[in-house]
Design a protein around this ligand. Structure first.
Ligand code: GLY
Length: 611
C-alpha cells in the first residue's frame, strides 16, 4: 500500500473509548443471535447478522482509493487503479471478487445501482433486477390470498429476479472503462481457482443460516459434514472461475444467453417446493438503464452542497433528501453532538419525526418509474424546499400520532401505501480514481445468501421480495410497488455523491442494510457535512432510525437518559444490532494538495485501500 497511510482520526478521546469498549462487548455478545424469520410489520430488523466489531483506523490516500466490504475485493480494486484503470474498471474487479468472497451480500446473480462522476457530470446506471414476464400481483400470495411468510417466499425460485449487475457494469465500462474488460476478471478468477480464506463474517452467517444448506449445491460448497466451513478454510470455486472466464471473454451475454442462462432458469423453475417463473427469454431480454441522477442542493454548516443520489426505483435518495431537508427546517438543523460525541435526544426526536414523514411518502409513491408516475410528474417534487417546509411543520415536541403521506399537486393519488416489509443484505463500494472520477455503487442479492439457490458457483438473488407482497389494500386501491411483469422492485439502496459549492467532488459513499440504508447513509452525510467529522468518525457514530414505528437505536451505544428522553416524547424505543456496512471517501487537502480520506464500517470487514 505504497503512499497509503492509516490514521487515528482526531476524535474526542471519550467517544473513541466508548466505541471500542461498549461496542465490542455488545457485538461479540450478539454473535449468532439471529432472528430473521419473523415478519415484523414496522420494526426494522437488522439486515444481516452481526458478526464482530473491529475498530477501523481511517485511511488517507493521495492518488486513488477504493473502499469495499472485504480486503481481497478492495485489493483487487486498488490493483486495477494502480494499473491506470478507471473507477468503473476498479468497481468491476471489486464486484467479481465480492461474488466469491462475500457471497452472502452481492454478486453476478444480483442487481446494483452505480453512480458515476466523470469530472463534469454525474450519471446513474440502473442494474436492478426485473420481474419475469410471467409474474403478477399474486406472486407472493398464498392460495387463500394472504401474503406468504417472508422466508417461505424468499427461499427457492419464486423470489428470483432477472440479474442485472453484469449487464449494467458492461454498459458503464463501455462508457467509462480504460482497461480491457477481460483483465478486470483476473483477480477474481485467480482467487476462485487458488482459493481464499473463509472470513469470520462469512463463517458467522453460514452458521446462522437455516436455509442455505437446503440447496444441495450450496450445502456441498459452504458446509463440511453439515458444519459451516471454519474461519480460515481455503475455499476454491472452480465453477465460478469458469463462469468468470466466460464473462471475461464473451461479456454479459455469457450470463444472459446459452448454457449458464439455461441453468439459471432450470434452477428457478425446477425448485422442488417453491418454483419460480423466470425463463431464458427473461434473461435474454434484460436491459440495464441510464437514468438521470437525483441531485439537489443541501445546506450544512453554512455551505451549500449538492447531494446526488439514485432515483426510483430506489427510494433511498428521496428519503435521505427529505429527512435531511426537513431537519434543515427545524431548530435541530445545526444542533451539535453532545459532549459524549452523540446526537442529543432532542435531535434524535426531530430526526425520527422527519423520518416517519419521509417513510410515509416512500410507502405511497415510490416504485419503478417505468410503471408508476412521479408525483407532479417529477420525483424532485418530493424534495421541493417549499414542500419539505410544509411537511416539517408537522414536527412538534412530541411524537405525532398520525403521519400521513404528503400531497403533491392537485390530483389526489389513487394509490394505497405499501405495508412495511423486511429488506436485508447488500454491499457498498466507493472509489475515486487517478483522474478524480468516482463511483458509488450499492450492490445486492437482497437477503443474506439471496434465494439460497446456487448455480455454477454463484448465488441467485431474492430481489422480488422487495416488491409489496400485497398488490392492493383492502379497498382495492393498488400499491405502487406491487409485482408486475418486467418491473423493478423498489429499493432502499442509496449510493451517494456529494459536491461542494465549487462543484468539486466532496464525497462518495453508501451502505447496505435494507430500509435502514437510508438512516446509515443520512447519518454519515450529516456527520461529515454538518458535524465536520472525518468519514471514519461519521461511520463510527452509533446507528439510529425508524421506518415509521419504533425508534431503533444501536444496542449498547446510547445512554439510558437518551432512551428515557425519547420515551418521554412518546416514542417506543428498540435497542438492537444495526449492521450497517458504510464505506465512504471524502476530499480533504494537506499542504495545498488534494488527499482522499476513507472510512470503512467497524461493523463489517471492509477496508479502504489506495496509493
Ligand atoms: N434489497 C435491498 C435494497 O434494494 O434496498
Amino acid at each position: 500500500m505504497a503512499g497509503m497511510t492509516t490514521s487515528r482520526p482526531a476524535r474526542p478521546a471519550r467517544l473513541w473509548r466508548l466505541s471500542l469498549t461498549v461496542c465490542t462487548a455488545a457485538w461479540l455478545a450478539a454473535c449468532g443471535a439471529l432472528d430473521h424469520l419473523r415478519l415484523r410489520p414496522v420494526e426494522p430488523p437488522p439486515p444481516e447478522a452481526a458478526s464482530a466489531l473491529t475498530a477501523k483506523p481511517g485511511w488517507t490516500a493521495t492518488r486513488h482509493a477504493v473502499a469495499a466490504a472485504n480486503p481481497l475485493a478492495a485489493e483487487a480494486g486498488r490493483h486495477v487503479l494502480a494499473q491506470g484503470g478507471s473507477a468503473v474498471d476498479a468497481a468491476i474487479a471489486v464486484q467479481m471478487v465480492l461474488t466469491l468472497v462475500e457471497p452472502q451480500s452481492s454478486g453476478i446473480g444480483g442487481g446494483a445501482f452505480l453512480l458515476h462522476w466523470d469530472g463534469q457530470r454525474a450519471r446513474a446506471y440502473d442494474g436492478r433486477e426485473t420481474a419475469p414476464a410471467a409474474a403478477d400481483g399474486r406472486l407472493f400470495l398464498d392460495p387463500s390470498g394472504k401474503p406468504m411468510a417472508f422466508h417461505d417466499a424468499v427461499v427457492g425460485g419464486r423470489s428470483v429476479g432477472v440479474p442485472g449487475t453484469v449487464k449494467m457494469l458492461e454498459m458503464a465500462h463501455a462508457r467509462h472503462g480504460k482497461l480491457p474488460w477481460s483483465v478486470l476478471f483476473e483477480p477474481a478468477i485467480r482467487l476462485a481457482e487458488g482459493g481464499f480464506a473463509v472470513s469470520p463474517r462469512l463463517h458467522t452467517l453460514l452458521a446462522a443460516d437455516a436455509h442455505l444448506r437446503k440447496d444441495p449445491v450450496a450445502a456441498a460448497y459452504f458446509y463440511l459434514d453439515g458444519q459451516p466451513l471454519p474461519i480460515g478454510h481455503t475455499l476454491k470455486n472452480p465453477l465460478l472461475a469458469e463462469v468468470l472466464r466466460r464473462l471475461s471473454v464473451d461479456g454479459a451475454r455469457a450470463l444472459h444467453q446459452g448454457e449458464i442462462a439455461q441453468d439459471i432458469a432450470d434452477k428457478v423453475q425446477r425448485h422442488p417446493t417453491n418454483p419460480g417463473r423466470l425463463t431464458t427469454a427473461d434473461l435474454a431480454a434484460y436491459q440495464p438503464k441510464e437514468r438521470p441522477p437525483l441531485c439537489h442542493p443541501h445546506m450544512a454548516a453554512g455551505r451549500t452542497w449538492t447531494l446526488c443520489g439514485f432515483p426510483p426505483p430506489s427510494s433511498g435518495a428521496i428519503a435521505i433528501g427529505q429527512i435531511l431537508g426537513m431537519l434543515g427546517q427545524t431548530e435541530a438543523a445545526h444542533a451539535p453532538l453532545t459532549g459524549a460525541g452523540l446526537p442529543s435526544a432532542a435531535w434524535l426526536h426531530t430526526y425520527a419525526e422527519a423520518s416517519r414523514l419521509a417513510f410515509a411518502d416512500r410507502a405511497l409513491y415510490v416504485a419503478d418509474p417505468d410503471f408508476v408516475a412521479a408525483p407532479d410528474g417529477d420525483w424532485r417534487s418530493l424534495l421541493d424546499p417549499a414542500y419539505l417546509h410544509e411537511r416539517a411543520r408537522r414536527i412538534g415536541p412530541q411524537r405525532a400520532s398520525d403521519v400521513p403521506a404528503g400531497q403533491r399537486g392537485l390530483v389526489r393519488t389513487s394509490l394505497a401505501p405499501m405495508p412495511d416489509q423486511p429488506e436485508y443484505g447488500t454491499s457498498h463500494i466507493s472509489i475515486v480514481d487517478g483522474d478524480g472520477h468516482a463511483v458509488s455503487m450499492t450492490t445486492t442479492i437482497e437477503d443474506a445468501f439471496g434465494a439460497r439457490q446456487m448455480v455454477r458457483g454463484f448465488l441467485l438473488n431474492n430481489e422480488l421480495t422487495d416488491f409489496s407482497f400485497l398488490p392492493a389494500d383492502s379497498a382495492g386501491r393498488p400499491i405502487a410497488n406491487r409485482v408486475e411483469p418486467g418491473k423493478r422492485p423498489r429499493s432502499s439502496m442509496a449510493p451517494t455523491l456529494v459536491f461542494d459549492d465549487r462543484g468539486q467532488l466532496a464525497m462518495t459513499g453508501g451502505s447496505p442494510g435494507g430500509a435502514l440504508i437510508i438512516h446509515y447513509t443520512a447519518k454519515t452525510l450529516h456527520g461529515v457535512l454538518e458535524w465536520g467529522l472525518s468519514p471514519q468518525q461519521a461511520i463510527d457514530l452509533p446507528n439510529f432510525g425508524t421506518t415509521g414505528g419504533p425508534v431503533v437505536l444501536e444496542k449498547g451505544r446510547f445512554p439510558a437518559a437518551v432512551v428515557e428522553a425519547l420515551k418521554g416524547r412518546g416514542h417506543e424505543v428498540r435497542e438492537q444490532d444495526m449492521t450497517s456496512g458504510l464505506q465512504a471517501i471524502t476530499r480533504a487537502s494537506a499542504a495545498g494538495r488534494t488527499v482522499w480520506r476513507g472510512g470503512a464500517d467497524p461493523r463489517r470487514e471492509g477496508v479502504v485501500l489506495g496509493d
